[in-house]
Ligand binder design. Structure first.
Ligand code: PLP
Length: 440
């Protein structure tokens, strides 16, 4: 099963990487690159053939698992037919991909704007919202991640007529986080109510008629899988509607199966105005993202130019991979698998670990989207240090598990295809590592 062509390739890969690749989100000298040569399903391996359970899904994007043959062959077929095409042309794969996505969205969402990833999906959704409302400000939460672009368009000398792009306009507010409440709440219901009251104060203080959109991750992911408390998202929807503000839900990380639903917001009885997506839509096999647009906003642009677009928007290889990924996820019940494995194996497995290990402060999540908060003291909820997290990472990797760690948390985020046996294997590894004398 493993591609063990040449063990020397691990050393060669690491050296090339260290000498020539400038990495994101890292001090270059501090890097110890983790070599991945191949993968299948929930596992990856290096050239030597050492295999790891991928409980990170890379950057929480490989929902369909590594190297699904249906997606690989769709990309190959499309490459032999037509490998690239300009965005303003029509292409069968693009139409099919847009239709697949619109079919999964709520009624009244019929058109899809494609981007190269999640950040530019959010940039374009914001631009649409600003143009549609004629307002500048965008409200988003302090604990959120929406992407890492932004300067490029401000530096651009062409297209000065892009609407409001130079407005500073970004206002942050506190979203709910019951475990570390900013509102001194003692129940999730109270947290929702107080967070909504705070948001309303922010809206009124900023001036509702200056606010184009509220941009929220349906479930803030990188910030800690912060499941919205009951009533919160419906309350945000109500506030937005009341003040003529658009609601953009960022489903880049939580969409397309991760929660055990096609869209995370399907579980919260809320419908946004714009939906942004990337990652799980094709599991990252080819870079892609986009915006699903509700009909009134799409129609607004029937007789107005939307000044957005990229050379590779709607790239045929990405489009073919979306069609294959979404069809395969449906025919193989992969979203249902994520829901069942989460409910029956990951949730109970993590709860059992929390019973046993005092270092676990809280476990939260659903589907294949979980966070485990590690604390030095359960009573004070003091987060464990970066040094402790560094040790945990090393010990997990040494035992064959590739983790996703953020701040003081282990995010348990395997592909949606993960099996009960793989979850059991991972739980045994987490258990072994958490049993070490980590705080001493
Ligand atoms: N939005 C969310 C919720 C994300 O988690 C991410 C990436 O992690 C992004 C946007 C940015 O996506 P990309 O890295 O594809 O630009």
């Amino acid at each position: 099963m493993l591609e063990t062509s040449n063990p020397d390739l691990d050393a060669i890969t690491a050296e090339l990487d260290q000498r020539h690749v400038f990495h994101s989100w890292s001090a270059q000298a501090a890097l110890a690159p983790f070599v991945i040569a191949g993968g299948r399903g929930s596992r990856v391996w290096n050239h030597e053939g050492t295999s790891y359970l991928d409980f990170s899904s890379q950057l929480v994007n490989v929902n369909i698992g590594h190297q699904h043959p249906a997606v690989i062959s769709a990309i190959q077929e499309q490459a032999s037919l037509l490998a690239t095409v300009a965005p303003a042309t029509a292409n069968l794969a693009r139409g099919e991909a847009a239709k697949r996505i619109a079919d999964r969205a709520p009624e009244g969402f019929n058109r899809v704007f494609f981007t190269n990833g999640g950040a530019d999906a959010n940039e374009n959704a914001i631009r649409m919202a600003r143009q549609f409302t004629g307002r500048d400000k965008v409200l988003s939460t302090y604990r959120s991640y929406h992407g890492n672009t932004g300067s490029a368009v401000v530096a651009t000398g062409d297209w000065r007529r892009i609407p409001n792009e130079y407005a500073t306009g970004h206002v942050h507010f506190f979203g709910p986080y019951a475990y570390r409440s900013d509102f001194w709440s003692s129940t999730p219901e109270q947290e929702a109510e107080r967070a909504l009251r705070h948001l309303e104060r922010v809206i009124l203080s900023e001036g509702p008629s200056s606010i184009a959109a509220i941009l929220l991750e349906t479930i803030p992911g990188t910030a800690g899988v912060l499941l919205p408390p009951p009533g919160y998202l419906a309350g945000v929807r109500e506030l937005a509607t009341r003040h003529g503000i658009l609601l953009i839900l960022d489903e880049v990380m939580c969409g397309f199966g991760r929660t055990g639903r096609w869209f995370a917001f399907d579980g919260y009885d809320v419908v946004p105005d714009l939906i942004t997506f990337a990652k799980g839509v094709n599991s990252g096999y080819v870079p892609v993202g986009g915006v699903v647009i509700s009909d009134p906003i799409a129609d607004f642009f029937n007789d107005r130019v939307f000044p957005g677009g990229l050379t590779y928007s709607g790239h045929p290889l990405a489009m073919a991979s979306i069609v294959a990924a979404l069809d395969t996820m449906a025919s193989e019940g992969i979203v249902e698998n994520a829901a069942a494995v989460g409910r029956e194996h990951i949730g109970p497995g993590l709860a059992a670990l929390a019973e046993k290990h005092d270092i676990i402060g809280e476990v939260r999540g659903e589907g294949v989207f979980w966070a485990v908060e590690l604390v030095a003291d359960r009573a004070t909820r003091e987060p464990v240090s970066a040094a402790v997290m560094g040790r945990i990472k090393k010990e997990l990797v040494a035992r064959g598990l590739l983790p996703f760690l953020a701040e003081n948390r282990i995010h348990v985020v395997p592909p949606c295809v993960v099996t009960p046996d793989e979850v059991a294997e991972a739980m045994a590894i987490y258990d072994e590592v958490l049993s070490l004398d980590l705080l001493g």
